[in-house]
Design a binder for this molecule. Structure first.
Ligand SMILES: Nc1nc2c(ncn2[C@@H]2O[C@H](COP(=O)(O)OP(=O)(O)OP(=O)(O)O)[C@@H](O)[C@H]2O)c(=O)[nH]1
Length: 370
């Protein structure tokens, strides 16, 4: 039986901002991970779920069996089509989460795409319900911002779309303006992805960057993405926090970093370049580690940190994950008898200085290695 919690990534962002494109890219690329997807259609008649369907739990042939055993009826995609997810948390979202919790041995990660009109906070609060909290954890709230729409000032003025959607569905209790929605979605964000950066000029990019920076704290980072990100599974997976706390995930990032630097890689993608480093430490003080991580998240261009820690006197290892202002830790499993008790963290970001990060984190170690 699984002792660790299933991480859930919430992807929010306004209508048409690129949430489904991002999720479909992830589901197409990621292999060997069993991913359940909750998608909140809200008046769109199945479009998003049909795009995603067939990709959940992997698109490759090898996953067919896993799909059949884990999600007989639904293929891994759970549609919440009866209204905006934040207005129907109790009736719609919780029952699906309970269903997933019951099948937790078959699920590695949950991806949730909210409707473009949803306010993410009520959804996140639902993770505090006892049945859900015990087995699931919010990995990150990722807010997708439509770069060209923000650059063109559409969020400030175009309230008509919201009105039209609201009239189309009685269960939408709130009536936010686009500006309010953007503010709310940004204030909940642990990480902001600005989509369609391939369509932005340098000036527009700066405008969007300034607008977002004005609304999020220093720890919450903004990354510009375009469709080419979908061709880069290692970094896409790392960015989304999928599998990064596993030994295998850590090795992949480590190898990718070393190869990348050995090749002196040059990227001219429209999306921001980002990379991962692995930090290895001995036993650490849990509080000190979290405090050091919080400092680093503010001071460096870190998109997320994930891994596990050995805490003195604790027979179980502690999973650590940090993104934006979200810093979580929980004990997931016993250290095996022949397993060395050590701490390993993957840090994903831009222009990362491994030595500097190590120098800060090593102060959380409780004993100097022999
Ligand atoms: N040029 C460009 N187009 C993009 C990008 N991401 C998404 N799109 C396009 O933007 C449109 C909307 O994308 P979706 O992924 O459906 O957006 P969404 O946020 O899921 O939309 P809703 O489900 O309506 O809320 C589609 O036509 C995509 O092909 C991008 O990075 N660059």
């Amino acid at each position: 039986m699984k002792l660790d919690k299933i991480p859930a990534t919430v992807v929010t962002g306004f209508l048409g901002s690129g949430k489904t494109t991002l999720l479909a890219g992830i589901l197409r690329q990621i292999t060997g991970k069993r991913i359940a997807v909750i998608v909140n259609e809200f008046g769109e008649q199945d479009i998003d779920s049909s795009l995603l369907r067939g990709c959940a739990l992997g698109c490759d042939e090898g996953s067919e069996e896993a799909r059949a055993s884990a999600f007989d009826e639904d293929g891994g995609i759970f549609e919440l089509a009866n209204g905006c997810i934040c207005c129907t948390v109790e009736e719609e979202f919780l029952p699906v989460m309970k269903k997933l919790v019951a099948r937790r041995d078959d699920i590695d990660h949950i991806l949730i795409e909210t409707s473009g009109l949803a306010l993410p906070k009520p959804l996140v609060q639902a993770f505090n319900w006892p049945e859900v909290r015990q087995h699931c954890t919010v990995d990150a709230i990722i807010t997708v911002v439509d770069g060209p729409a923000v650059a063109a000032g559409r969020y400030a003025s175009d309230v008509d779309q919201v009105e039209a959607q609201r009239r189309a569905d009685d269960s939408l209790d709130h009536n936010p303006s686009l500006r309010e929605l953007l503010d709310d979605q940004l204030s909940a964000a642990d990480l902001v992805l600005v989509s369609k950066s391939d369509l932005l000029s340098a000036d527009e990019r700066q405008r969007v960057e300034a607008l977002v920076a004005d609304k999020v704290p220093a720890s919450v980072k903004t990354l510009f993405i375009d469709p080419s990100l979908a061709d880069d599974p290692a970094r896409l997976e790392a960015l989304m926090g999928i599998g990064a706390a596993s030994e295998e995930g850590i090795d992949r990032i480590d190898n990718h970093h070393d190869r990348h630097h050995a090749e002196g890689a040059h990227h001219d993608h429209a999306h921001d370049h980002f990379d991962g480093v692995v930090i290895r430490l001995d036993e650490v003080d849990a509080e000190a580690l979290e405090a050091r991580l919080a400092e680093l998240l503010k001071a460096h261009e870190i998109y997320r940190a994930k891994g596990f820690a050995a805490i003195p006197g604790k027979p179980m290892r502690r999973v650590i994950q940090a993104v934006g202002e979200r810093l979580d830790g929980y004990y997931d499993r016993l250290w095996a008898q022949d397993e060395p008790r050590h701490t390993e963290l993957v840090i994903i970001g831009r222009s990362l200085d491994r030595e500097a990060l190590h120098a800060t984190l090593t102060t959380a170690e409780t004993a100097t290695p022999a």
